[in-house]
Design a protein around this ligand. Sequence first.
Ligand code: SF4
Length: 475
Amino acid sequence: MAKQNPIKKVLLVFLPSESGVDGAQSLYDEKEVPPMRRWVNRQFSTIIKKSQFAIPPLSLMILSSIEVSQVEQSICDLRFEEFPMHQKWDLVGISVQTGLAKKAFALADHLRSKGMPVALGGAHVTLFPEACRPHADVLVMGEADDLWKTVLTDLVTGTLQPQYESNTFPDLNCARPVSKAALIKSRYFTTNLIQTGRGCQYRCDFCNVHLLNGHTLRKRSINHLVSEVARFQQGDKRIFFFVDDSINADPAYALELFTKLIPLNIRWFGQATTTLGQQPELLQAFADSGCQALLVGIESIEAKSRTAHKKNQNKAGELVNAITSIREAGISLYGSFIYGLDGDTLQTPAAILDFIKETRLDVPGINILRPTPGTQVFERLREEGRLLFDPNDTTAYRYSFGQEMLYKPKNIPLDAFIESYAALTREVFNVKNAVIRGFGAPRAKSAVMLFNLFYTYLYSLSRHDLQQQQEKPLI
Ligand code: SF4
């Protein structure tokens, strides 16, 4: 009998979405698209895939950093490579996001049919374990930082369990050094991804962060973070990306952290709430520590929509001044809107246009509401009979970049809504505006211009697909 290899080989798989920075493609019947347009779409999709927008999957970086004797972990990023079928894997871990669940299940089923054991984890598994169970040998529910070590240890001892779940969130304050050893650095825009904490004290009804990561903000030790930034900087001099949803959620903590980072002389991007514009000392610390650009979730400038969706952390009337202050501090802003919320009307697009002009937002992102299964808004829309796909099929609500309507807006007939959304994105995104915004941005001018050009293409795809969807009998 052949001697068994004592090393257990584990592969962590990241699935690309079909839309957005992972490479946009039409979701609706490419066959009906004229050949020339199909060719152009494919070229753009390839350029987007190969462009430097991609960042590594942080959750898999964290899991691959967990060391267990006799286990070797690798990351397979399917945005850049095929699944390595020719090798034998003792366990394949797949991170399942709800918008990509169908794709994840298809891959898991295929691997299991070839005799490879599959562990599924991630948001969809935590929210819908029963829907995931038929596709997995092992389910990992909740934040996996501690659980994954147990899974790997059980793999070595041959005692893998069908399910791993913890009743508490992992303690982020203890030292958990993140390693980049499993990454191919040249693939990514940057490998300098930092997460300072998890959880959110707010409860916006379209968001699942507070459901998955808890209603209180759990923070990592500032000393650990400063060491991590210094260590990451050694191997990659590129920009840092603080992935937290609201990096200013705890202003005192953020002030201490970014003041301590000033001597490291980094450049960074992050995500914040517009409240930052009313926090002058913190805003200065952000600028002094190298903040180039921030994504802010404006979501809605309609007070009724903010109330309807529990987006209460900043007031619509304070947004303009806050955004102006942040840009005057020399930080470029990506402002993300959602059109189609329950207080929106056909007058909302004009108000969004005025707002973009007045604030001179550097990159506007104009999304349509995407009710994700598991969120409060999904359940409300189900009760109100406004969902356009089977509410019991959690895999039907796929991720797309404004390419598919998943629900009926409250105050606007569906056809009129799609027309008004198309007119809005046509007005906001074009080559001329991309150049103006790029030159006018306080910092990161070329990134701002590139993003606007990129969105000019993505939103044209959105208009095309929404029109295709409208012509289907479903609507
Ligand atoms: S949208 Fe942002 S602020 Fe609202 S619950 Fe989600 S993470 Fe928190």
